[in-house]
Ligand binder design. Structure first.
Ligand code: FAD
Length: 382
């Protein structure tokens, strides 16, 4: 009997595993792939994400620091630079592998290449089924990412309108312009394209709201062509849940974290920071529940709310404004280096979305902002 069985070894599962091990829980982590595995991602690790790790990343993993950003929209280009890095570019396969190793160092058991087929709660414990056998745990943590189906044990799946979609490819280059991320608006009504200068290659991708991204592979090819880059069929992607929507995160002894819980920035698609933090909070909640009373598991939802719930809701508010008035906001974002720099502060975690909104909205035509504010969306739990 394990105290905790974790499904998935991405940033959410590994962070939960590391915290569980450090708290002395007997934990088993089941991961269907064998690491290092490929993971479609821009690889931008925000300074906020980095700060939530309780160990240092080896310098080689965070060698590419981003201090600048160039925003492009309809031929207009605006560039801003911060004095300190707001994000680091990492290889997701190396980064996730390192996180999993750190979890193992904390003393938990890890089975790679073992897919969880199903789980159920009976008689005060959870049975977790894999092709190898059935494991029993006092609690289970689902950290399967955006694509799995096990999260349905705790909450309903998102509708198409509540999801984003992003796709990415890597283009080898000899000398990328280090330190500057490029963001391109206008290639889709509700989305953006990115070019991130990793060491030896560019991460080039497009993403946006799922209903607004039909034929996304073709869009990526057009985006590559427009930027003088070679077209390629080697691209991968998947859905990204829209954070900021209230969801059930706990059902009995089952708890969700990371993408499985729906924790991703609805505007930028950033998810690693929330995966790490929610994984840590989930393991702490399990520790409390097992040492005090099982109902304490419910407090996990409140802990996530305190840590980043308000921030994700403010991001959703801004995302809905941007989706309603894309041209106005794309013009705003590409209007002045100060606007770009203010947004980079949000990515770095030194400015909140609320403070960004308070600063940026007065720079919008007033009636657009007012119309949206007067049309609040009910906070419904799903
Ligand atoms: C194209 C793209 C680009 C992105 N770029 C960025 C970016 O630059 N910065 C950023 O912060 N975020 C980015 N994101 C979002 C980010 O990748 C996710 O938010 C993040 O990976 C979530 O971490 P996670 O641990 O919850 O899930 P994942 O990283 O998806 O990990 C889930 C793990 O669970 C395993 N698993 C799944 N099902 C099972 C099962 N049944 N049994 C056992 N194991 C299972 C999977 O193999 C996987 O290893 C991007 C997303 C996409 C699609």
């Amino acid at each position: 009997m394990y105290d905790l069985i974790i499904v998935g070894g991405g940033p959410a599962g590994s962070s939960a595993g590391r915290t569980a091990g450090r708290l002395g829980l007997r934990a088993l982590l089941l991961e269907k792939e064998v690491f290092p595995r490929e993971k479609p991602c821009g690889g931008a690790l925000s300074a906020r994400a980095l700060a939530s790790l309780d160990f240092l990343l080896p310098p080689a993993l965070q060698a590419q620091a981003l201090t600048g950003a160039r925003v492009c929209y309809r031929g207009r280009k605006v560039e801003a630079h911060l004095s300190a890095p707001y994000a680091f570019l990492v290889s997701r396969s190396d980064f996730d592998h390192f996180l999993l190793t750190e979890a193992e160092k904390a003393g938990i058991e890890i089975h790679q290449g073992e897919k969880v087929l199903g789980l159920c709660e009976t008689d005060g414990s959870i049975s977790v089924r894999t092709p190898v056998g059935v494991y029993r745990g006092r609690c289970a943590l689902i950290a399967e990412g955006a694509q799995g189906h096990l999260k349905g044990r705790a909450r309903r799946r998102e509708t198409r309108a509540e999801q984003g979609f992003a796709i990415v490819t890597e283009i080898p280059v000899t000398q990328p312009q280090a330190g500057i991320a490029e963001i391109h608006f206008g290639m889709s009504r509700w989305g953006y394209g990115w070019i991130f200068p990793h060491a030896g290659y560019l991460s080039v991708g497009v993403g946006g709201l799922l209903p607004a991204m039909p034929r996304i592979r073709e869009r990526l090819q057009v985006f590559l062509r427009e930027n003088g880059l070679p077209e390629t069929s080697r691209c991968r992607g998947h859905v990204i849940p829209m954070g900021g929507i209230r969801r059930n995160l706990v059902n009995g002894r089952i708890i969700l974290c990371g993408d499985a819980a729906g924790f991703a920035d609805p505007l930028s698609g950033e998810g690693i920071a929330y995966a790490i933090r929610s994984g840590q909070l989930a393991a702490e909640a399990v520790h409390r529940a097992l040492s005090e009373r099982i109902e304490a598991l419910e407090e996990y939802e409140a802990a996530c709310e305190r840590a980043f719930g308000g921030e994700l809701r403010d991001a959703l508010f801004l995302a809905r404004l941007v989706h309603r008035f894309p041209a106005a906001f794309h013009r705003l974002f590409s209007s002045h280096p100060r606007v770009v720099a203010a947004y980079l502060d949000v990515v770095a975690g030194i400015r909140s979305y609320r403070s960004f909104l308070a600063w940026a909205l007065p720079r919008m035509p007033a009636y657009l902002a007012l119309r949206e504010i007067c049309r609040p969306t009910p906070a419904k739990k799903i």
